[in-house]
Design a binder for this molecule. Structure first.
Ligand code: G3I
Length: 399
């Protein structure tokens, strides 16, 4: 190597530190750029004032829209102030956990959560019955989520269910659960999240024990058994990832539309499509492609429900005033876009208060501050997000 290129150890160290400093500077500049981009989401001039009076359910009902929220049995049993908010704001309740085959319990929880399927032979309806009774007592529509999913399966499932008995387990589960509440349900998510565009399966079907043991027809079978068990319930296909303009969302929309078209052409008893709408406060969208997708789904004769709406504030600024304003803007922009589609009849937030959201565990903030994704704060007080949802209902076209 020519002499003049040989660096002394000191020069090498200086260069190294310099390079690191440069890297740090560029990363910092990336951070700064990212922060500037996020701060640009905040529009201090945006005004979220609402007309006087009316809870969310009342403002929604005035336009023929159903508004409700998800709730958890342990939270409901322990917090009458929380449940009073559901009675005031909601006309529909969906248990976040009680109809799942299994949700693990944690010793720190003061109330047992009574998972639905403690063993291959048994059902524990304690939590689901309690939530059904609460809904009935407060004149709430009651929604089931989900009957068939590949997540939250019990520990015994893997070593018990196989190709030979999978159909028996699916049919018996749907018959027992949907049959028990027949006539009392607004709707059921019969199958949840059956499409995954990242795995490369034919028709983008999600890896699942149901697909493995029963083939793609497990979906049609599940709806037919559910329709027999409860002829009165709206039978829904529920999934996520439709809201944005990017190519992955394009692929998800296309794959799910194909699934819905296939099911409808086979005469599968499916009545509605559920868009979960777990949104990000960092993401803006024209919702142009979403609106076209909603119209395509509606043209299949399906009702459309927004089933798990929330707006995560992960990585948004620590300043609560700024954060709440950005979140409220996403709520109002998204709801204004989807409520222009007449087939959208139901709006459900995935919880009502920031004190009871899965985002606390699933999407904690890097600054350690409590997350603020929902309409009410941890003290059950309405936030700008509440205003934004109220404004969207007030300005929505009549159904
Ligand atoms: O509270 C405990 C915490 O103490 C513990 O440290 C932590 C360890 O992981 O677990 C916490 O409980 C978890 C709970 O979410 C927190 O909200 C449970 O283990 C976990 O099973 C539970 O997951 C639920 C998840 O579905 C799986 O069933 C979430 O609550 C629930 O919000 C989420 O909801 C799903 C919908 O059903 C389908 N669409 C996506 C949506 C979000 O993932």
């Amino acid at each position: 190597m020519p002499k003049n290129l040989l660096l002394t150890r000191r020069q090498a160290l200086q260069l190294g530190l310099g390079a690191c400093a440069g890297l740090v500077a560029s990363l910092k500049s990336k951070d700064i750029y990212a922060n500037l981009k996020i701060l640009a989401l905040d529009d201090p001039s945006r005004d979220f004032t609402v007309s006087q009076g009316g809870s969310l359910k009342e403002r929604a009902a005035a336009k023929g829209i159903i508004y409700g929220a998800a709730g958890r049995y342990p939270d409901f049993v322990l917090n009458p102030n929380l449940t009073a908010c559901y009675a005031r704001e909601c006309v529909l309740l969906v248990p976040e956990w009680s109809f799942k085959w299994f949700i693990e319990w944690y010793p720190k929880w003061p109330v047992a959560n009574h998972p639905l399927r403690p063993s291959p032979e048994s059902f524990d309806f304690t939590a689901a019955d309690w939530m059904a009774k609460f809904a009935q007592t407060h004149n709430l529509l009651f929604r089931g989520h989900p009957l068939i999913w590949q997540v939250s399966l019990p520990p015994w499932f893997k070593e018990t269910v196989n190709r030979q008995n999978a159909e028996k387990f699916m049919v018996e589960h749907i018959q027992r659960v949907a049959g028990r509440y027949a006539g009392k349900m607004h709707s059921w998510d019969v199958v949840n999240e059956a499409i995954n565009i990242y795995e490369g399966h034919p028709d983008a079907l999600q890896t699942s024990p149901w697909l493995e043991f029963l083939g793609p027809n497990y979906i049609d079978l599940a709806y037919r058994v559910a329709a027999e068990a409860d002829p009165n319930a709206l039978l829904v296909y529920n999934d996520f990832g439709f809201e944005y303009e990017d190519t992955n969302s394009d692929k998800k929309r296309a794959a799910v539309l194909k699934l819905l078209e296939r099911l409808k052409s086979k005469g599968t008893p499916i009545h509605a499509f559920g868009i979960q709408a777990h949104l990000s406060g960092r993401a803006t969208s024209s919702y142009k492609k979403l609106r076209k997708f909603l119209s395509d789904v509606a043209s299949l004769g399906l009702q459309i429900m927004i089933t798990e709406l929330d707006v995560t504030d992960e990585e948004l600024p620590s300043d609560i005033t700024v954060r709440d304003r950005i979140i409220a803007g996403v709520y109002e922009d998204f709801l204004s876009a989807v409520l222009n589609e007449p087939a959208v009849k139901t709006i459900i937030t995935w919880g009502l208060s920031d004190g009871y959201t899965y985002h606390t565990d699933f999407h904690p903030r890097s600054d350690g501050m409590p997350v603020r994704p929902l309409p009410l704060d941890t003290d059950l007080k309405p936030k700008l997000a509440w205003n934004a949802i109220a404004r969207a209902f007030d300005n929505a076209p009549n159904r």
